[in-house]
Design a protein around this ligand. Sequence first.
Ligand SMILES: Cc1ncc(COP(=O)(O)O)c(C=O)c1O
Length: 331
Amino acid sequence: MVRIVHGEDMYEAVLFASSGTGAVEAVLSSVVPRDKSVLIINNGAYGKRMQQICDGYGISHIDYNITWGDPVNSKKLENILERHKKEISHIAFIHHETTVGILNDITAISAIARKFGVETIVDAMSSFAGIQINIKRSDIHYLIASTNKCIQAMAGLSFVICKQESLEKSKEIKPRNFYFNLYQNYVFFAQKHEMQFTPPVQIFYALRQAINEYFLETGPGREQRYSEMYEVLEKGLRELGFHYLVEKKYHSKILTAIIEPDSNNYSFTKMHDYLDQRGYTIYPGKGAKQNTFRLANMGAITKDDITGFLSSLKGYLIVNDIKLSPVKQTV
Ligand SMILES: Cc1ncc(COP(=O)(O)O)c(C=O)c1O
């Protein structure tokens, strides 16, 4: 997993038997010194969740809140860092904010962090293995993901790819918890070659197979396949007349937030159930600046799956007499 993000020799993976949020909680609770603050970028539900975790532990955090669906403004980020440079030790943010399908620029944000001498905590839950990340070049200190998204294994494990040097420094911080202490879990594994607590063995088998499949497909191969599936989906949706929340240049190409049709005949629940009966699962929106529904093209999905989905979606629009105005400019 360290190799997937090109972190050999400088990084270590620390695993937890939990869903992804567990690893986010492990990092935030274990690495921010007690007399420092973490700057949290919030442009979606998962950025907000980081703030909630810090509130739960009483960890001091400075928030850069952005309307959900809008990108990070580098100037504003620098201003916040400038204003609080004495207290901030870390910047925490989401790489692919799955709430809206926006990609925050990992390298640009890390470069700003470096300029101010702060470490980076990146939630790459829905981009790890789906989008190429070079953890050394982007100078990320902690990168978090789980086994059930673009790596295409099963839910049940989360992990953090940690810069060894930073991990070693974190041992000076008096633990705020037990099960989720990053350094303790790391040391136990390093010394005993097994997890500190009962591992979900079945998930490890799935993960091993998923890693083999990843290296067979190759990193660039997987990114390209996801991107191609997105292009098929995007073109089909545009032809049907749907509009998108996020500008194409910021788009992750893994999850798309689509603005809900402005029609009295439209109901998300009915559309969901219509598609579900035909074998397709879609997501509701999640509190973005406009009402949306969401489509993911993550996983072992083929062009046939997407064209089949698009024709079912068209069927739903026709049966319910929902008319959409075609998108004029390229979004
Ligand atoms: C970016 C991001 N962070 C965190 C999470 C939370 O992961 P989990 O539900 O596995 O705890 C998700 C889940 O979709 C996510 O997309």
